[in-house]
Design a protein around this ligand. Structure first.
Ligand SMILES: CCCCCCCCC/C=C/C(=O)SCCNC(=O)CCNC(=O)[C@H](O)C(C)(C)COP(=O)(O)OP(=O)(O)OC[C@H]1O[C@@H](n2cnc3c(N)ncnc32)[C@H](O)[C@@H]1OP(=O)(O)O
Length: 300
């Protein structure tokens, strides 16, 4: 589906057509043409595609903190869809163009004082982002070059491989409990698939944000590298993953992730309704407002 039609569909329903995420043709190695770079950009996501390598870099550029607003999520899904349908692209590196922040997670203002319709549209966009990324046929590498709480951590967890800048000031984790909210089951499933049940259980209950070294120790990220080497290392890892035949890697990925993906697909509307009734509670709204105030006070 072309990007404008896709955008219209998302604007109307808040959802990308599901068929788009499943049963794609296997991607082929790029043709041996001269090296070519292409870039496309919308307001919040910049994409550069190196056709000779078959690798795109997707940079989040939504200052101050790359929060995952409805606009960001829509642009993210459209960009990913474009790459998914581009036979010249076999892998994507996700990183941030905002210094010190990978992503601050879901935009809290989208979950405060809005209508039921807005919550439904927002939550469908969050689901869509995860469904598309977790089921992507491309190799996905997160180059985590800054802090990455909650939804930001989810993006990294959803990739095939995570490399983080070894800056002890950067933290990552599913800290929802600290906000007085709960990570939904598919955030939890994705986390468990990366770090195992025991680590996920305590980390989720405590809403822990792990420093980069600790995140590496518990397996939340696969590697730490000095910040200036992050890009090169992500490129090297990508080459290593792309050296394998696509079909074998893709089928293996599907086998590993299918049960978790199917669970959300089967309960998608129920999950939207759960989100709406949870987030609409006055006590939850109060917790979120207090958290936002705390963020502002921290500044002054
Ligand atoms: C049953 C179950 C059903 C389901 C139940 C519901 C499930 C919901 C799941 C939720 C998932 C989430 O991702 S919830 C989101 C969790 N995210 C977080 O906790 C991150 C909070 N932010 C931070 O910790 C920090 O901002 C951090 C990212 C480290 C950057 O620190 P800095 O000092 O560089 O910047 P700050 O000064 O703090 O922030 C700059 C500005 O950005 C704003 N800002 C920061 N993070 C923001 C955010 N996520 N959304 C909106 N705005 C944000 C701040 O308020 C400031 O606004 P101004 O003062 O106006 O400039």
């Amino acid at each position: 589906m072309a990007a404008p039609a896709l955008a219209r569909c998302m604007a109307r329903t808040g959802v990308l057509p599901l068929g788009q995420a499943w049963g794609r043709a296997p991607r082929l190695p790029p043709s041996p043409l001269p090296a070519q770079r292409r870039a496309f950009s919308n307001n919040k996501v910049l994409v550069e595609l190196d056709e000779s390598a078959g690798v795109a870099t997707m940079k989040f550029k939504s200052p101050p903190v790359n929060s995952l607003s409805l606009d960001f999520l829509t642009e993210f899904c459209i960009s990913l869809e474009k790459l998914e349908n581009d036979r010249a692209c076999r892998g994507v590196i996700l990183t941030s163009a905002v210094p010190k922040i990978f992503s601050s997670g879901l935009d809290i203002t989208e979950m405060c004082g809005k209508s039921t319709e807005h919550y439904a549209e927002f939550w469908r966009a969050v689901q869509e982002m995860w469904l598309r990324l977790y089921s992507s046929n491309m190799v996905t590498v997160a180059a985590v070059n800054g802090s990455s709480p909650a939804g930001g951590c989810l993006i990294a967890l959803t990739c095939d491989y995570r490399i983080m800048a070894e800056n002890p000031k950067f933290s990552i984790g599913l800290n929802e409990a600290q906000l007085g909210i709960v990570a939904p089951f598919w955030f939890k499933d994705t986390f468990v698939n990366v770090v195992g049940h025991r680590v996920a259980e305590s980390s989720l209950q405590l809403g822990s944000l792990h420093s980069a070294p600790e995140a590496h120790r518990i397996g939340l990220v696969d590697e730490l590298v000095p910040e200036e080497k992050l890009k090169d290392r992500a490129t090297a890892v990508m080459q290593q993953w792309l050296a394998l035949p696509d079909h074998a890697r893709q089928l293996t990925k599907t086998m590993m992730r299918k049960a978790v993906l199917d669970r959300l697909v089967a309960h998608r509307e129920e999950d939207v309704q759960n989100f709406i009734s949870f987030i609409s509670k006055e006590s939850i709204q109060k917790s979120l407002r207090m958290y936002m105030e705390m963020l502002k006070k921290k500044k002054s």
